[in-house]
Design a protein around this ligand. Structure first.
Ligand code: COI
Length: 358
């Protein structure tokens, strides 16, 4: 159990206009959670302080060798004005899994959840009210040793910041077009694909920019060895409904084990769908698209929630999905998942962690 010291700001900021159209992750709240690590004391000095820049030596390890990781989760305001989290312990466990791979000392799951809850309670007035909005929570850990040697840092900072947010894509729940990336790769066996480390995202930016110039919202990554099997999309996992069955890549080291991904799989199986987690060749997907058997395609992610895909473009050929409209199963998943998150549907699965009264 952390002993968290709280220092409140004397200069609270003006909050953004509360609207379903609010931006994603641009305006931070008034406070942040911070905790430090050194080999003598372990994780210590847990505190909530006014949001402020860090002062770091230019030779700090994280700036040069990217020894860091992050998480993403959300707090929701229910119709009866309660503030709640969705499966925060899954983010805590994933942060431990990322920590092991990145040689970062783990933060215990209970401490992670306690820190998130404490910060969200302090920032409860920042959890927006409008339909489709939430408070996006970004925990991260950075290596803070100073020096040019490439080795595990001895010192770290764990920080949590929050942003009142609307939809991740400008399109909202409108279907997005996706570019199938057949040159660059995101991950390969033995690398860091399963972790939430900034380096994975840095390596993805060029392909994302090139796709954006061609009018695509994101890229679909293929496996890094044969460039044959579908893996995930820039900021989300991805699922394909073909001939009534749902296919998605297995989490075997190269794909991010998404919390929304596993929640959608559970819901789909509850509803009687066959969900196949395994290798799915992009050619199988494109052929299903050509034959009219590619019924629905959707991304899943904390930021993206459940995001329909309307087009896949590979090597200049496009297949279109469900006439560019959101499919019925994608809509049902979105409604059920967000229904649980916003407290409109009873949580029979124990996915909700209450924080406080709003
Ligand atoms: C999330 O869904 O929380 C993510 O971290 C994706 C992101 C890179 C915005």
């Amino acid at each position: 159990m952390l002993d968290i010291k709280i220092t409140l700001t004397n200069t609270p900021k003006e909050k953004p206009v509360d609207s379903p159209k609010m931006s994603f992750g641009k305006i931070s709240t008034d406070h942040m959670f911070v905790m430090d690590y050194n080999p003598e004391q372990g994780w210590h000095d847990a505190r909530i302080v006014p949001y402020a820049p860090f002062q770091l030596d230019p030779a700090t390890v994280v700036f040069h060798y990217a020894q860091e990781l992050f998480e993403g989760l959300k707090a929701y305001r229910t119709a009866d004005n309660k503030i709640q989290l969705f499966r925060p312990e899954c983010n805590g466990q994933r942060m431990i899994d990322s920590s092991e791979r990145m040689c970062i000392p783990p933060v215990p799951v209970e401490d992670f959840v306690q820190a998130v809850k404490a910060l969200v309670e302090v920032e409860k007035d920042w959890v927006p009210h409008s339909e489709g909005t939430s408070l996006y929570i970004r925990p991260f850990v950075i290596a803070t040793d100073v020096g040019m040697g490439v080795h595990a840092s001895h010192n770290y900072t764990f920080c949590i910041i929050c942003f009142p947010s609307g939809a991740y894509y400008a399109e909202g729940i409108d279907p997005v077009p996706i570019y199938v990336e057949d040159e660059y790769i995101r991950a390969a066996p033995g690398l860091t694909g399963f972790t939430k480390c900034g380096g994975n995202y840095a390596a993805s930016i060029l392909a994302g920019e090139l796709a954006a110039r061609k009018g695509y919202a994101q890229v679909l990554w293929l496996d890094g060895v044969e460039k044959k099997y579908v893996e995930e999309v820039g900021a989300m996992n991805i699922m394909f409904k073909i001939d009534g069955k749902i296919y998605t890549a297995a989490c075997e080291g190269t794909v991010l084990p998404g919390v929304t991904r596993r929640s959608c799989i559970e819901l789909l199986r509850d509803w009687g769908y066959e969900v196949i987690e395994g290798k799915l060749a992009i050619e199988t997907v494109m052929q299903a698209g050509r034959d009219g058997r590619l019924e629905e395609v959707f991304g899943t992610g904390t930021a993206a929630v459940v995001s329909p895909v309307k087009e896949l473009n590979m090597k200049g050929e496009s297949v279109y999905i469900n006439d560019g409209k959101i499919g019925p199963l994608t809509q049902k998943l979105y409604d059920n998942l967000t229904g649980i998150q916003w407290g409109k549907i009873e949580d029979t699965k124990g996915w909700i962690t209450p924080v406080c009264e709003g």
